[in-house]
Write a protein of this length. Sequence first.
Length: 159
Amino acid sequence: MAGKSKPRKSWQEKLADSKDLPKVVEINDKMSKRWGTGTVAIPAPKEVAEIMGKVPQGKLITINEIREILAKRHCASIGCPITTGIFAWVAANAAEEAAAEGKKDTIPYWRTLKSSGIINEKYPGGVEVQKRLLEKEGHKVVQKGKNYKVVDFEKCLVR
């Protein structure tokens, strides 16, 4: 008989678990082909969530803007594209989990878009839920191929 497996962590627990992050590391050979040379800031999950949480109603942010904020904050050449995207997804799921528990003032994750203003289909509820929430805040969403994009999202970016 196998031993008992540990209960799975909730999304909120995953968000709170910073492990050994944030940290800044040299961009390695494999990454340098795409990202150049220098250093990369690998954020803590809570840092990404904190940035997402500050986006006011009617405004938007993209993963690229979050990466720029993280790079500046940690004096790095770039913010890590992989962990930033993953932690935004964790933050979105933690917010939805918290809302389901009746908590107020959760992270408005639907205001965080992929680059080019594209809605992240992996966030809770998929494209339809985010489209509805964004439209409720006054944004126009259109389908471009298989993606959904916020029209003129650049005009609404948090600066």
